[in-house]
Design a protein around this ligand. Sequence first.
Ligand SMILES: *Cc1c(COP(=O)(O)O)cnc(C)c1O
Length: 487
Amino acid sequence: MLSLEAGALRERIAELEEVARRLEPGPEDREALRAPVVRHSEEFYAGLEEALAYRVTEDKGVGILAVPIPENGIGIDEALEIIGEHVDRPGLNPASGGHMAYVPGGGVFASSLGDYLADVGNHYSGVFYATPGAARLENLLVRWMADLVGYPESALGTLSSGGSIANLTAVVAARDAKRVRPRDVERSPVYMTRQVHHCVTKAMRLAGLGEAPIRGVPLDDRYRMRADELARLIEADREAGLRPWMVVASSGTTDTGAIDPVDEIADVAEAEGLWLHVDAAYGGFFLLTELGRELIRGLERSDSVVMDPHKGLFLPYGTGALIVKDGALLARSQHYEANYLQDALSSTEEISPADLSPELTRHFRGLRMWMPLVLHGLAPFRAALEEKIQLCRYFYEELGRIPGMERGPYPELSVALYRYVPDEGDPNEFNARLIREVQRDGRIFLSSTTIDDVFWLRLAVLCFRTHRRHVDLALEILKEKIAKLEG
Ligand SMILES: *Cc1c(COP(=O)(O)O)cnc(C)c1O
């Protein structure tokens, strides 16, 4: 574009400013935008108890594609209608108490206020120098989780977008701490069960460790890692001249809720000099309960642990966490230099979240976690978490009264496995039809898994809105659908 002479330049800037100013609504315009959003969310809450947990629709939200990104904006009412129709309506309703599949959480309201304030202020939480209070707030939350795990003062960590990125960051820290160089990868085995979350093996690949041998440690009859088998596998690898370096345990597997015996695994890892990473994305926050502390033992002996606030703290999706016992190792694996950040990097008062994660500029996600914790205090979290364990036990007991129902192992946390064994026909096929019936019904949402060629149904209670009436409804619906299929 040709450069303009001075007068015309000023005129052009003024024109541009006038249009650009639409991005900054004044107080009244803000209220006019906010009020319908608040109304929309109140309607959403009001309908939640009656809403389906899963809604099968023909359209599957395809209508959103017909809405153009306009040159000039549309009204808030129209925008909300579009969201309601194409986003809120079809598919899974993860806010519903009837969502008892995968690993739910719910999404507590107070987090939305934290997100709102984080977005309004646009605080720069990545770097202490920029918004020191935001960095301190996130570090405080990490410290709080480190204390929950039982880690010493040396621990550091990071709030991530979720468990997958947290596990990736852990694998990278372990790789660097154990000095697994690219040329070592093929001879550097890692140990995990086949019940480990798939994001861990994906993380291995992303971290350049795709060629590392992955040893599947055998499971006991409750789908937990066998520490004696772990020791045996490591010994065999050492004899073969390989260099074992990491074991990944789970405190609450996604599939079955099994808790690996971290204490026994730590004995082996310590003796063999392996990094012990524990994926507690699902189970970690049960440590807030007495029951959970009895069930999940030895976490303090691990080198790193992942926990997902968007699961066990019921936050809306978008918050995971990694804590590393020797925080300096995490900082070392994430180190960077950047001349343009020289002012920021010279500050040594407090560590910056960006020093401990692959992210630099990021959402100030600490606020969505801090808000519910300080507004409600810990008591309702502890109660909700124990309630989930007890609800799962209740479900398991009640299942025992349904003729033909086969139950998996007694639930360790809040996941139960079960299936219906019909008088005739293939049980796998029957249960596949049963879960489809339940999902089509939609009042509650359950999922399934296959272990050793057995098709199991799962119940996973972790949404804070799930209470006994939802579990009773699940039992009722299962009975109803079984009767229907048995014809
Ligand atoms: C959910 C889950 C993950 C993955 O976490 P995301 O937050 O979905 O990325 C990893 N491990 C376990 C045990 C999980 O339950």
